[in-house]
Design a binder for this molecule. Structure first.
Ligand SMILES: [Zn+2]
Length: 181
């Protein structure tokens, strides 16, 4: 991610939390994804798979941020979404994140898809598709299962190339090159 893509119209007021200035919709989703990408970079720098997430309130306030800490915390549940959802719940003092949007760089797994439904987030925005383990359209579609009584709106593909490029770059340094046939 370049310096300029990391910038957004985010504003920090001295008296309050970070609040995105963009109106609800694609512009705000993209600004939030830039924050999630910045979180993903932190994960990668710490040796974890670079995945980041943020939770945004309906008014644009950033309620929580998180990145993958599975290795750093030796925690199998230390996915970016879980960390961000917990941070948001701590900020609001409530487990029910009514009206909130979860923005994450990679399609959530089954655990995280379940968690965001349990948190009652209104919207899910994700970047890259996870064809191997995705639970929001790829292998399963947990959040839009009609048997559940809460089904968040889903927007996919936001800054997908940037999100995927981070992952590709991370794994390129870790996997031995494939032997040519
Ligand atoms: Zn997950």
């Amino acid at each position: 991610m370049s310096e300029e893509t990391a910038a957004s119209a985010a504003q920090v007021s001295p008296a309050g939390p970070l609040r995105l200035a963009e109106p609800p919709g694609p512009a705000r989703d993209l600004a939030a994804m830039r924050l999630a990408l910045a979180e993903a970079v932190l994960a990668g720098e710490a040796g974890d798979v670079p995945i980041g997430a943020v939770v945004i309130a309906a008014d644009g306030t950033v309620l929580g941020r998180g990145h993958n800490i599975r290795e750093a915390a030796a925690d199998p549940t230390g996915h970016a979404e879980i960390v961000a959802l917990r941070a948001a719940a701590a900020t609001t003092g409530a487990w029910r994140l009514t009206g909130a949007t979860l923005v994450v760089t990679l399609e959530p797994c089954t655990m995280c898809a379940g968690a965001l439904v349990l948190a009652r987030v209104a919207r899910l925005v994700y970047g890259a598709i996870d064809e191997k383990a995705g639970a929001v359209g790829s292998l399963w579609d947990v959040v839009r299962d009609r048997r559940l009584n809460h089904r968040p709106e889903v927007i996919s593909g936001t800054a997908a190339q940037d999100c995927a490029a981070l992952l590709d770059a991370f794994f390129a340094t870790r996997r031995p090159p494939r032997t040519p046939r």
